[in-house]
Write a protein that binds this ligand. Structure first.
Ligand SMILES: Cc1cc2nc3c(=O)[nH]c(=O)nc-3n(C[C@H](O)[C@H](O)[C@H](O)COP(=O)(O)OP(=O)(O)OC[C@H]3O[C@@H](n4cnc5c(N)ncnc54)[C@H](O)[C@@H]3O)c2cc1C
Length: 316
């Protein structure tokens, strides 16, 4: 397929839950689909995935393996690699891959490249990511309901995360770190629900063997069984920005905008999942993947009908 000029119906960039869900719908609709993926889904470090109906507790990689097998059964194809460029032409989009220079042409592109969580620079934290350090109460709160749950502030509003986690765990400790003492109203609300505040700069995490056991505050160590943190979200949207897709700002950052069908401001270029939506957990990604896949199919159908009409008129 090197330097191929073959045109397929849809190229899906990113084979996580959002991209694969769209690819399943499209390949079952007899569209020719290629999924290009470089194998780094956001939840790769998590051993188990939660809150996904029918798959609660399944290893996330297993969900993707099952999805790929289903799509392959309907003729969908897969390419391993990183897409480095997306080009939009009048009647087609083209993507090229790093290293090999392989190119694919398609009638429509769906970008489902996810996002990265930028982690605070705390010694020991990165090594525990997805295990002793997690981000999502709905994904991991139940599993830690009996633990001492630590919340290390990454913004003054991390108090809200501590309050949310109190819903699962009776023992919640809030570490404001560099943000210092919470304002009196927040401090009172934390105290009202029995949430302990531990002041002091966070020097690192205490790890015993491979297990997180505490938070090191320099002059003392506070025991915890898990840490929840907020992360800075970095959408993998450079391909979309490079073709001029428009974005809007909100309190979580700058996000490429899509319409109700998942189409960006660039005709023929669609996007779905975490790359455009910070709230797109696995279930939402699966659902929206189906929705956007269906919209792309109808968009292609409109072209098919117009083309058939032109061909008929030409013939006579
Ligand atoms: C530690 C952790 C645990 C989580 N646990 C849960 C949970 O229990 N339940 C839940 O619902 N959600 C959970 N999530 C959230 C979940 O990971 C995301 O909601 C989900 O992965 C979003 O799916 P996506 O398809 O949009 O992106 P992703 O799953 O991140 O997939 C994007 C894919 O695109 C590929 N890609 C990116 N750029 C390119 C490129 N240029 N070329 C080719 N391929 C590219 C990536 O390699 C990746 O495979 C968790 C997140 C984290 C961080």
């Amino acid at each position: 397929m090197e330097n191929s000029t073959e045109t397929v119906d849809v190229i899906v960039v990113g084979g996580g839950s959002a991209g694969l869900s769209a690819a399943l719908l499209l390949s079952r609709a007899r569209r020719r689909v290629i999924v290009v993926d470089d194998g780094r889904p956001r939840n790769a470090s998590a051993a188990h995935m939660h809150g996904v109906l029918g798959h609660d507790g399944l290893p996330p990689r297993r969900l993707l393996e099952l999805g790929r097998a289903e799509i392959a059964g309907y003729g969908g194809r897969f390419e391993r690699g990183t897409v480095s460029a997306l080009t939009v032409r009048d009647d087609a989009v083209e993507v090229s891959m790093t290293l090999t220079g392989t190119r694919f042409r398609a009638r429509r592109a769906l970008v489902a490249t996810g996002l990265s969580d930028d982690l605070p620079d705390i010694p020991g934290l990165r090594d525990q990511w997805g295990r002793g350090v997690v981000v999502c109460p709905y994904c991991d709160g139940w599993e830690h309901r009996l633990d001492v749950v630590g919340v290390i502030a990454t913004s003054p509003r991390s108090v809200d995360q501590a309050q949310l986690l109190r819903q699962w765990a009776e023992r919640v400790v809030y570490f404001p770190g560099a943000f210092g003492e919470p304002d009196p109203e927040d401090a009172a609300a934390l105290a009202d629900r029995g949430i302990r505040i531990e002041l002091g700069d966070v020097a690192g995490l205490r790890i015993d063997g491979d297990r997180l056991t505490g938070v090191d505050l320099g002059d003392r160590t506070v025991s915890v069984g898990v840490i929840f943190i907020g992360t800075r979200l970095r959408p993998h949207d450079s391909l979309l920005r490079a073709v001029g897709a428009t974005a809007t700002e909100d309190e979580t950052g700058s996000w490429i905008t899509i319409d109700d069908d998942g189409q960006t401001s660039v005709r023929g270029v669609y996007a779905v999942g975490n790359v455009v939506n910070p709230r797109s957990n696995v279930s939402v990604s699966l659902g929206l993947g189906t929705l956007v896949g269906g919209s792309i199919n109808l968009d292609l159908l409109a072209d098919d009908i117009a083309q058939a009409g032109r061909a008929k008129r030409r013939a006579g």
